[in-house]
Design a protein around this ligand. Structure first.
Ligand SMILES: *Cc1c(COP(=O)(O)O)cnc(C)c1O
Length: 420
């Protein structure tokens, strides 16, 4: 399907007059509508809850928006917990799904009353060493082997560092029961950025069957099944879009087949989606600074991998639209680059695009999740601003661009003076 930006050239110019490019911009209306679609897809499950994966877009304005729509947040670090606390998201509105967990982080999660999702069985004693164990604890599962849908291998859980074996889960539950835990959740994240409607239902089926076996083995009450993240988005125009209603129906079908017949019709479904909630509702907006013609045609932007690392890190495709040339023919082939001294700092390689001129404003699509948040400062490149495009058409700066002084802020500056 053709990818259409949620921003026109006129709007982009209006914003850029106040907030210089590059910036990530997020579409409030799109975000809110998508949450409503997700909730509708799982409305058949009264306990359904989405815990937005904070790492995808760790900005309090975004977290507040999800909170207003009735979502919780999924955190994995101390700083992410502090973000939630600042927005007023506490207690069971937080899922703490961390791994290699420092004591300070776990203490903070406990202090906030978060659901704690243990990545390893040894963390039971770690948790118990901090005082009474929570009434409800979640355990992360790793089934080992490979994870397939039909004939397609989706991922290799046996090579993944996350979660514990089924035996370890049963042992952890038995030990937690002795310590006073009364309700359990089970969690697994087995494939990332899936674009088939079958991933969640297949994962759900595995976890529902596991829930029945664990209940049978330990007598434990399984309160929720956390399907975590992994629903993907159509980064490429030719890719299919996930149909969240079909996904909801697929999970429901497995649920009804497996859980109520085993006397487990009260299990709530939780999700920790990040990419699906935000990626399509973010654009990286950037201005063309430079063009050069050597062995290829290069277009150089004021944004670079510091603002969006996915192409450099994963070779990920992000669609590009030249604003004002949405319908122009794609009769040029460009490498679209940033200015880092790294040849992988390319947003697109040999991409067919319309003729581009210096000063053109480009939209790099689907940067709302794992975009700004993955940024870094290599080469002294500073990370961009974040802007919220509100439902009423107004816009708000929700994170200013970094300055050189931010880059120097962690140095011991008693010996050196920086002049901005
Ligand atoms: C990254 C992550 C998510 C979100 O994944 P998406 O692919 O963005 O949906 C959810 N849960 C955990 C534990 C994660 O690490």
């Amino acid at each position: 399907m053709k990818k259409t930006p949620f921003l026109t050239l006129e709007k982009a110019r209006q914003i850029a007059a106040q907030i210089p490019t590059p910036f990530h911009i997020y579409d409030e209306a799109g975000i809110r509508e998508n949450v409503r679609q997700l909730k509708a897809a799982f409305a058949w499950n009264p306990g359904f809850r989405e815990y937005f994966a904070v790492k995808a877009t760790p900005n309090p304005y975004i977290l507040k928006l999800f909170h207003e729509e009735g979502c919780g947040c999924d955190c994995a670090s101390y700083a992410e917990l502090l973000l939630c606390e600042a927005v007023g998201i506490t207690g069971h509105d937080i899922m703490f799904s961390s791994n290699v967990t420092p004591e300070k982080d776990l203490l903070k999660a406990r202090e906030l009353g978060a659901y704690i999702n243990l990545d390893d069985a040894t963390y039971v004693d770690f948790l118990a060493s901090m005082g009474p164990v929570p009434e409800t604890v979640c355990l992360r599962f790793n089934p080992g082997g490979s994870f397939s849908l039909g004939n397609t291998i989706m991922d290799m859980p046996r090579d993944a560092k996350y979660g514990m074996t089924e035996d370890q889960m049963a042992g952890a539950i038995a030990r937690l029961q002795k310590l006073g835990t009364r309700h359990f959740g089970i969690h697994a994240f087995l494939a990332s950025n899936t674009t088939t409607n079958e991933y969640y239902p297949e994962l759900a089926s595995k976890l529902f069957l596991l829930a029945v076996r664990l209940r049978n083995a330990t007598g434990a009450h399984i309160a929720f099944v956390n399907l975590s993240g992994g629903i993907g988005v159509d980064y490429r125009p030719e890719q299919p879009k996930c149909d969240i209603q079909a996904i909801g129906r697929g999970v429901r079908e497995r649920y009804e087949r497996i859980l109520p017949p085993n006397g487990m019709g009260d299990v709530a479904i939780f999700a920790e989606l990040g990419r699906f909630m935000m990626a399509p509702y973010g654009h990286l907006v950037s201005t063309v600074l430079h063009q050069k013609h050597i062995y290829r045609e290069y277009v150089g932007l004021d944004a670079c991998a510091a603002d969006l690392m996915r192409p450099a890190m994963y070779g990920a495709y992000h669609h590009i639209t030249v604003l004002g040339k949405e319908d122009a023919i794609l009769d040029h082939v460009y490498d679209v680059t940033g200015g880092q001294c790294e040849n992988n700092d390319k947003f697109a390689i040999e991409r067919s695009l319309p003729r581009i001129d210096v000063g053109d404003i480009l939209v790099i699509h689907d940067t709302g999740a794992h975009g700004h948040s993955m940024g870094y400062n290599y080469n002294g490149k500073l990370r961009s601003a974040e802007v919220l495009l509100k439902t009423d058409g107004s816009f708000q700066l929700i994170r200013r661009a970094e300055t050189p002084m931010d880059y120097f802020a962690t140095l011991d500056c008693t010996e050196f003076t920086f002049h901005n």
